[in-house]
Write a protein that binds this ligand. Sequence first.
Ligand SMILES: [Zn+2]
Length: 149
Amino acid sequence: MSKDNLGICPRCGSDACYHTDLGANYKISMCYGCGFTTNTLMTNESEFLEEQLEILPEIYKDLVYEDEKGYHWMPSTINNLEQGMVYIDGTSIDNWKWAACKAVPLTKEDLPKFPEGSSHKMDMSTVKRFNERDFMEALDYIGVFQTEE
Ligand SMILES: [Zn+2]
């Protein structure tokens, strides 16, 4: 992460908002403080936004935050087949947490029950909940920051 690309998150005010410029005026912003993300296509009445919203669970839609510039921020979904998932677990915007679930290698007994080529499964017994501002800890819990040797 280059420091130049870090900014203040308009949603939570943390300084861990990471911007990625992909060229052609397309930018992605991802806040590691609160776990919300937006991009330059997620503006009012954008088709891209409509499409995104259609496939999202209700709680994600309810949590969408519009900043001063009209960008819509939504909760990130982390789904890393070999490490685990981080997702929103909650019933309303006043009652939710990040949930992190670790992936574990499939055992010999598991193999026949999974599609060919699968190597890991989500181990629901490892699910741990984190507060909104502890999104980084949730990522850390499933090993996102571990570097492979
Ligand atoms: Zn934030």
